[in-house]
Structure formats: structure tokens, C-alpha cells
Design a binder for this molecule. Structure first.
Ligand code: ZN
Ligand code: ZN
Length: 287
């Protein structure tokens, strides 16, 4: 396939997702499976693209990476999703109903506007949460495992310490009045952008796409192995526009990714990472 067509894969994927949710029958939208199938289908699609249009040989996935990635996807959907719904989204929904607050004007807007408002509101929170993680040590300790990744692949956006995964699932989106299909479209579109932003796919999307949305080019720079200081840019998970707005945007790409000595962490090391300073202190006291 010609490179110019490969470059159109990310925007074409977003267009297909938007069209799906615009025309999906109401019974699909309200059922539990369409949103799950669309989310997982998008991840699988970008992962498949990695095999056909590989970006860097050094990021090629293997069975160990793939198994770890699939574990994190399942963990995110089953555990993190349930926790976020029970502890945050449901209470927020009740709060919204009890106080009669909302955005009824938004529900009157065209479908595309609703999708983009939901996406940008959610991503606005993500941007500041992510930026805080790079500026405050206790939060950094939960986010550092994501930066110890030594290669990038489609599902790696969901790889990290469980505390971090819970924190990045938080948002005030439950306070908005939007059509359910627009809300689901915003989730799936955001997920697709993040999958391409971590995916080992040789696509360099058009300038307008990279102006608003995060690409692998800019997100790989955020994962650079150069130094911790060099990772403090391009915080937007899906919407890089906030980095342009708030002065943290940096142009460039990184092929060598990872932190410190670039040692790959096991799942146990990723999960116990925030305890490291304490474990090391204890070890020091014993020795
Ligand atoms: Zn980061
Ligand atoms: Zn990342």
C-alpha cells in the first residue's frame, strides 16, 4: 500500500468509528456489547496493523509482550472499569440528578459536537492528571511503570500500575448531558487515538490530525529514554491540542524508549513500584 494511504489509516479509523455510532441501532447502543466490542475491536485492529505496517523493528511484539498487554486490557475492562463506575461515575450521576445540574443545551447540539465536547472535557482532566504525575513524586511513582516500557505497541496505553490506571479512568463526564451514542463514540474515538499513539504502526497522519490529536511521533517522544526531564512534554493522552494550549508541546520522535537503565519490568514489579522507596529503605536498614 502506498505510504500516503497508510498515513490516512488513523483518521479513516476515527471516521469509521464516528459513522458506526451515528448509525448504530438504538438497541445496540443501549446493549452492553457494542461498546465493549468496539473498544476491543479497535485495539485488535491497530495491533494487526503493526504486523502489516511496522514502524520500528525494535518494537516488534512477541508472545510475552502480547500476553502482558492482553492481561492489562482484561484488567482494565473488568476491574478498573467496574471500580470507576461504582466509585465515581454512579455517585456523580446521582449527585447530578439530586442537584438538578446538567448540560441540556449540549444534548441539543449536533452529534459531532457532542462527541468532541465529551472527548475534550475528558481529555482536559487527563492532561492535568498526567502533568501532575510528572510533577509530584507520589503520583510519579504510580505512573513510572508506564514509562519503564521498553517498546510501544497498540495496547500499551493500558499498561501500568493499577493506581495509575484508576486515576486516569477518572473524569467528570458523568455530569454531562450527551446522547449515549455520542458518549460511546467519544470513548471509542479517544481509545483509537491512544491505540495509534502507542502503536508500532508506520502511519504519519495528516497535519490537521496531529495538530489536535496525539500521534505516535509525539507520544514516543514523551516516552523517550533520554532522561526523565525529557519526558515532561506531550502529556495529552488523545488530545495533544492541550499541550499546544498550555505550552508543553514538543516536536519530535523517539525510537529508544524507557526509563533509567531501560530494564523491562514484570507485572509484579509494575504493581509494587510505588513501594520501591520504602522497600529499598527497609533493605538498607537490614543490610
Ligand atoms: Zn507520562
Ligand atoms: Zn504512553
Amino acid at each position: 500500500m502506498k505510504q500516503s494511504l497508510v498515513n490516512l489509516l488513523p483518521p479513516a479509523t476515527l471516521a469509521a468509528i464516528l459513522a458506526f455510532w451515528a448509525y448504530a441501532p438504538q438497541s445496540w447502543v443501549e446493549g452492553p456489547w457494542a461498546i465493549t466490542a468496539m473498544g476491543l475491536g479497535t485495539l485488535a485492529f491497530v495491533q494487526l496493523l503493526e504486523f502489516v505496517f511496522e514502524r520500528h523493528e525494535g518494537w516488534r511484539t512477541n508472545w510475552r509482550e502480547l500476553a502482558t498487554d492482553v492481561f492489562y486490557v482484561a484488567f482494565f475492562y473488568i476491574v478498573i472499569g467496574t471500580l470507576a463506575d461504582t466509585l465515581v461515575n454512579s455517585p456523580l450521576g446521582e449527585f447530578k440528578a439530586a442537584w438538578g445540574i446538567g448540560t441540556p443545551w449540549l444534548a441539543e447540539m449536533p452529534y459531532l459536537v457532542q462527541v468532541m465536547v465529551a472527548l475534550f472535557v475528558f481529555e482536559f482532566g487527563q492532561y492535568w492528571m498526567h502533568r501532575a504525575m510528572h510533577n509530584w513524586t507520589p503520583l510519579w511513582l504510580t505512573h513510572a511503570p508506564h514509562h519503564h516500557l521498553t517498546q510501544l505497541n497498540a495496547m500499551k496505553g493500558l499498561t501500568g500500575n493499577p493506581i495509575e490506571l484508576f486515576l486516569i479512568s477518572l473524569g467528570v463526564i458523568a455530569l454531562l448531558d450527551v446522547d449515549l451514542n455520542a458518549l460511546f463514540a467519544s470513548f471509542t474515538v479517544g481509545g483509537a487515538i491512544a491505540a495509534f499513539a502507542h502503536g508500532n504502526v508506520k502511519a504519519n497522519p495528516p497535519i490537521w490530525y496531529g495538530y489536535f490529536f496525539t500521534t505516535i511521533r509525539n507520544h514516543s517522544l514523551h516516552h523517550t529514554a533520554l532522561s526523565y526531564e525529557d519526558t515532561r512534554c506531550n502529556y495529552g493522552n488523545s488530545v495533544i491540542f492541550f499541550d499546544r494550549l498550555f505550552g508543553t508541546y514538543k516536536e519530535g520522535e523517539s525510537v529508544i524508549v524507557g526509563q533509567d537503565d531501560r530494564k523491562r519490568l514484570s507485572i509484579w514489579e509494575q504493581w509494587s513500584f510505588p513501594l520501591r522507596p520504602w522497600l529499598e529503605k527497609r533493605k538498607g536498614a537490614e543490610g
